[in-house]
Design a protein. Structure first.
Lengths: 301, 413
């Protein structure tokens, strides 16, 4: 027998190692759960890291109020199945308390407001480590981030003063009030995640698979008709066969035209695509060249 | 499919980021929207061709200054392999970030500008490659287009570098003449250098053997976390979770729990929820012991017949990464895998002169980016192997007690 791990098994073992480092080094960790494929993969990895024990952390969902209903239903079903603790904090509540105005515009996104709710939740529960499903292949500021990424008391990332991160040794020492953002699947690509989901037959919300949906076409992107976007008279509503390549808010996630209704077909489409995941599906990243870097500096995931 | 992790190193302007951009571009790993974005920026900067370096310089400050400050990780695959690239800074000021990228690499590409030959940063990066024991070294002589693709330029650099490699004890050195800007010998063999009979860079990266980089003959299992469900049905369950960092572990093996030195047997092993008869590195597993012994995070489980070292004092190579110098008498946290102990610096044995590669003794401070040998004393015995013989159990970091920052990379001697 050949004793060798292929790339998916290596990435899995690395991620489990990181999750267990969090469990071993922190007092109040939390797993940020969005309902997307990356955080669903994280939950699957946590099951492998800690079963038959319970997770040494709760799940936290920052609910913008603009979710796909399918993603919320999936979230609740998953939490019920695995019998773990889910905390939900709503952006809407933060807006009321802090008297924040509702963002305006055609695709008014509460994406930026999530940061306030997240930082408040970290403060409320005194979380010292927040595990997230971000990957370095997603975006060029993320490509620079450590696996253990220290945030100061204000939740800010300082990209020019990152701690050296050597070998597989993760330094989780922080001062009171600081927290560490931990990214166990940093080294996975979009395709690695899909291959992993396929290998282990991990269930996903239905919107990842091709389905009929009413959409408008805006600057080449297909946006689902929902109460969260403003439909103008010039918009043409059509029914198209689409799927989602990422699952974020209904207000800022675009669909892709597709007939892929199985994991195999989705993987084939992603192999053949000429557009990146964020470029194709995120309406919020196009604002400026350094949009992600700036959001992260302010405490965004 | 397996994984090759590699790092690119070289001086500022040797073309590291351009090389990576070229690898991604020619292997068709760049998406249209990313290309459009860099084309727009190239226009802003009023440069003629697309600036492939913009693909990896992810921070605003980097794009403004046109240099790489921190490591950027990039990913691409060919049908043969998944590649993880650490694009590391060349500037001396950011050497610590280069070491971050180098510490996990199977292979290092040392870029040399064909016009400049071997320079101080070449020696510095090669020294780091040698003390980190990176298994494979590729010397890529870049900008061959600017020296008329001349064979003798390449040969002379090979001769110069061979001297450096000899001094540093670097083995497995491969030389490839390239032009990252023009794409010569990157993916396809160059037609401009018919005198070169080796493979293209990508073809070399696809075929260099990496499977032997994992040590399967000496077994080390550091315990990360104890799983105790304490539910009614699993009342007596007690599993030791961790990653087998080297070697093979089998049910029934006679093992020692260190540093306590208690001997017992492996009762069972779980891997991904299933009981298995054996596990091998680098699998993450859960181990159950035959006897009821006290085991916690920071303990190491090893075969009785393969004892590591266990000492309170030892010497170590160190790459110093803090602006505040290291001095005799300073105290730090030392972290080795899941072990965390306090330590004190009892001696500075020598500092390496990067240029002459000689040892300088009687030094009282180690400055940022210097490489030295020190003696450390720990509060409790440290279980380790010499980095030379088993890097995964001989590498440690020093953490500043006041700032919590990682300030040193240790390779125990």
């Amino acid at each position: 027998m050949e004793r060798y791990l292929d790339h998916l098994d290596q990435l899995e073992s690395e991620a489990i190692h990181i999750l267990r480092e969090v469990a071993g080094q922190f007092e109040r960790p939390v797993l940020l759960f969005s309902g997307g494929k990356d955080s669903i993969t994280l939950v699957h990895l946590a099951l492998r890291a800690f079963r038959p024990g319970n997770f040494p952390f709760p799940l936290l969902h920052i609910d913008t109020g603009h979710n796909f209903p399918e993603a919320l239903a999936f979230r609740d079903q998953l939490v019920h199945e695995i019998q773990e603790h889910l905390i939900v904090r709503k952006v809407e509540d933060t807006m009321k308390v802090k008297n924040l105005p509702e963002p305006k515009g055609k695709f008014a996104s509460r994406n930026a407001l999530q940061t306030f709710t997240l930082l408040d939740a970290i403060d409320e529960f005194k979380f010292d480590a927040c595990i997230g499903g971000a990957r370095r292949d997603e975006e060029k500021a993320r490509a620079k981030e450590r696996i253990f990424s220290v945030r100061d008391e204000f939740g800010q990332w300082e990209p020019k003063l990152q701690r050296p991160e050597l070998w597989n040794i993760y330094n989780g020492k922080i001062h009171k009030g600081e927290n560490v953002r931990v990214f166990p699947i940093s080294n996975w690509t979009e395709l690695d995640v899909w291959h992993y989901i396929q290998r282990h037959q991990i269930e996903l919300p239905s919107i990842y698979f091709a389905h009929e949906r009413e959409v408008i076409e805006h600057e080449g992107q297909l946006v689902a008709v929902s109460p969260y976007i403003k439909i103008d008279e010039t918009d043409v509503i059509t029914k198209r066969r689409v799927r989602y390549r990422t699952v974020g808010d209904m207000s800022c996630t675009a669909a892709v035209e597709s007939n892929a209704d199985t994991l195999e077909k989705i993987i084939n489409e992603i192999v053949a695509t000429k557009t990146s995941e964020r470029g194709e599906t995120r309406i919020d990243d196009k604002v400026s060249e350094a949009a992600m870097e700036d959001r992260k500096k302010n405490g965004y995931f | 499919m397996d994984i090759l992790r590699f790092i690119t190193a070289g001086s500022v302007d040797d073309g590291k980021s351009t090389l990576i951009g070229r690898l991604l571009y020619d292997s068709k790993s760049i998406m249209i929207d990313q290309l459009t974005a860099i084309q727009q920026q190239t226009k802003h900067k009023a440069v003629g061709e697309i600036d492939l370096a913009l693909l990896t310089d992810g921070l605003r400050a980097e794009r403004e200054q046109g240099i790489t400050i921190d490591v950027a990780y990039k990913y691409f695959s060919t049908p043969k392999r998944k590649f993880i690239i650490a694009d590391a800074p060349g500037h001396i000021q950011y050497t610590r970030n280069m070491i971050t990228g180098a510490s996990n690499a199977n292979l290092i590409i040392v870029l040399i500008d064909a016009r400049n030959g071997v320079v101080e940063q070449t020696r510095r990066h090669s020294l780091i490659a040698s003390i980190l024991k990176i298994p494979h070294v590729v010397v890529a002589v870049n900008k061959m287009d600017m020296v008329g693709y001349a064979e003798d330029v390449f040969n002379n650099i090979m001769i110069d570098y061979a001297v450096v490699a000899e001094k540093l004890g670097l083995k497995n050195v491969t030389y490839i003449p390239i032009s990252a800007l023009k794409g010569d010998n990157i993916v396809e063999k160059s037609t401009a250098m018919s005198w070169y009979d080796g493979s293209s860079l990508l073809s070399f990266l696809e075929n260099v053997p990496v499977r032997n980089d994992v040590n399967l003959s000496v077994t080390r299992f550091p315990v990360q976390y104890v799983i105790r469900p304490q539910g009614e049905t699993l009342h007596d369950y007690r599993g030791y979770a961790g990653k087998l960092i080297s070697g093979i572990l089998k049910v029934g093996d006679a093992v020692s729990v260190l540093p306590q030195g208690i001997n017992t047997h492996i009762a069972s092993i779980e891997h991904n929820g299933k009981n298995v008869e054996e596990a091998f590195a680098p699998q993450s597993i859960i181990v159950h012991l035959a006897d009821d012994v006290d085991v916690s995070r920071g303990n190491v489980i090893v075969p009785v017949q393969q004892q590591p070292l266990s000492d309170k004092a030892f010497s170590s190579m160190i790459c110093w990464m803090d602006t505040k110098p290291l001095q005799i008498g300073n105290r730090y946290w030392l972290q080795l895998n899941s072990t965390l102990v306090k330590c004190i610096v009892t001696n500075i044995n020598y500092v390496l002169n990067v240029d002459s590669l000689t040892k300088q003794e009687h030094i009282d401070k180690i400055q940022l980016n210097e490489i030295a040998s020190i003696t450390l004393k720990t509060a409790t015995p440290l279980v380790y192997d010499k980095y030379e013989s088993l890097p995964v159990n001989g590498a440690a970091i020093l953490i500043d007690e006041a700032t919590n920052v990682t300030v040193g990379a240790c390779m125990i001697q």
